[in-house]
Design a protein. Structure first.
Lengths: 289, 185
């Protein structure tokens, strides 16, 4: 190939990449990518496993306490005894409720348990760039389709962004620009002394991925937020009509900060983070049934 | 250049990028190991091969990200063109060369990603009924700055051992014109 011809070819390739990156709709190019991305799994999986092993050895594997959302810490004996006696009371109360629930469960069993709706898939690696996504060892042959919710033990991971014959990607809820309608909940003790996961009286909001493992809500009125009693540590759950029934109410994360918006001080900027590092997940559940 | 060695090298670089980036993020940004692979190839390979190799590595990285297809191919094509242009006049094994080129290359990548984020933000402007307009959600420039710094710091650490392995790749020096001067007779 002569020098002149090579320059033509290279310029053509660069123009094609500009066209693909800046002009074409990603929906046109995404299906092509999903057909080949699993090619890198054989090297990415052992590398990730090794990195995860080293990470666990050096930093320890963080166990998240679902009730507090923070890493587990040792508690005093008195505290454990108190909790134990409370739990015994709860067990006796729950026992009587079980009979009632059995009836309800018969109805719910038609929908199936959330876990029964999901299929587990291994993660062979996260995004290779600065975005936040996970690449799965799965394909469209395993009934993975775009927009399917993806879950893990502590709630929602994200949504399938592309799925093809040799690969699938999950766009994380913390990826910049990811949106989902959500509402807030908290643990409150009712008059009977029981702890309930109750909704906070606030309008439905839109949680947006903000990158760097965070989400943000920029729609709520600050006065309403204060009136509703939303505070740091409360939970954000899926409340989106576009999502399947099984995913409704799943935890997106916990509120980490509430502050007035810089550009609109009457509105609140509510930041939230998932209950764990989503980029380090090794297995996720795709709600594909 | 031995193309089998190149493809194995590219495969390992991509695999390492994907496998490690979940655990070694700094400020939300992973190091750009594939960019360092591009720098290595572009520094040592003949110009034409360097350009194609850089573009190819970018295209492969594009397969494994949420960014639109072609973004890394474009970035690395530009980086490879820049490095291939200066390669004949720099000391290819000197750490300062590695740091300077990694810094420039990372800045080029960050600028392309930033420009793309301005034109096509990951989260578009939203209008929710009865609520004020939500501005577009973009990748934080701070993340890009971290990526530039992280990659630059890693450059001399990774490129030094790679330079010693260049025999594996069979890079051929570009043919040079022989000047006939009186002193050479």
């Amino acid at each position: 190939m002569s020098y002149l011809k090579f320059n033509h070819v290279f310029t053509g390739l660069m123009l094609l990449s500009i066209l693909s990156a800046f002009v074409l709709n990603p929906d046109i190019t995404n299906p092509a990518r999903a057909q080949v991305q699993n090619l890198f799994a054989p090297i990415a999986l052992p590398t990730r496993a090794l990195a995860g092993w080293v990470h666990d050895k050096v930093k320890g594997r963080a166990e998240i306490d679902y009730a507090t959302g923070s890493a587990k810490v040792a508690r005093s004996d008195d505290e454990i005894r108190r909790e134990n006696s409370n739990l015994r009371q709860m067990v006796s109360q729950l026992y009587s409720q079980i009979e009632d629930l059995k009836h309800v469960d018969e109805e719910r069993s038609k929908l199936g348990d959330r876990r029964m709706l999901c299929t587990p898939f291994s993660v062979f690696g996260p995004d290779s760039g600065v975005r936040e996504s996970l690449n799965l060892q799965g394909s469209s042959f395993q009934n993975i389709r775009e927009k399917m919710p993806v879950l893990y033990a502590n709630g929602i991971v994200g949504q399938i962004s592309r799925a093809g014959a040799a690969g699938a990607s999950v766009r994380l809820i913390t990826d910049a620009g990811f949106t989902v309608s959500a509402s807030f909940r908290t643990y409150r003790t009712n008059d009977a002394g029981q702890t309930e996961f109750t909704p906070i009286v606030l309008p439905q909001t839109v949680m947006e991925g903000a990158g760097n493992g965070t989400m943000v809500s920029r729609l709520l009125n600050l006065a309403e937020v204060k009136k509703g009693g939303l505070k740091v540590g409360d939970y954000v759950v899926v409340d989106d009509a576009d999502w399947p029934k099984g995913a409704q109410g799943s935890v997106l994360g916990r509120v980490t900060s509430i502050a007035p918006r810089r550009d609109a001080p009457m509105l609140a900027e509510v930041r939230a983070e998932p209950l764990g590092d989503l980029m380090q997940l090794r297995e996720v559940m795709v709600m594909n049934k | 250049m031995r193309f089998l060695a190149y493809f194995i090298f590219a495969y390992i670089a991509l695999g390492a990028q994907v496998g490690l980036s979940g655990y070694v993020r700094l400020g939300g940004a992973p190091p750009n190991l594939v960019l360092l692979a591009v720098l290595f190839v572009a520094l040592h390979a003949p110009r034409d091969i360097a350009l194609l190799a850089g573009f190819g590595l970018g295209l492969m990285q594009d397969l494994l990200t949420q960014q639109t297809l072609g973004l890394f191919a474009l970035s690395y094509g530009m980086v490879a063109a820049m490095v291939a242009a200066v390669a004949p006049v720099v000391n290819k094994d000197h750490p300062v060369t590695h740091v300077a080129l990694a810094l420039l290359g990372s800045i080029i990548c960050a600028m392309v990603i930033f420009a793309h984020g301005i034109i096509h933000p990951p989260g578009v402007v939203r209008h929710v009924e009865g609520a004020p307009r939500l501005s577009a959600m973009r990748i934080s420039p701070r993340v890009l700055v971290y990526m530039v710094g992280y990659t630059t710091v890693l450059a001399p650490i990774l490129l030094a051992p790679l330079s010693r392995m260049r025999g594996v790749f069979g890079f051929q020096a570009p043919r040079r014109r022989v000047s006939h001067s009186y002193s050479s007779r």
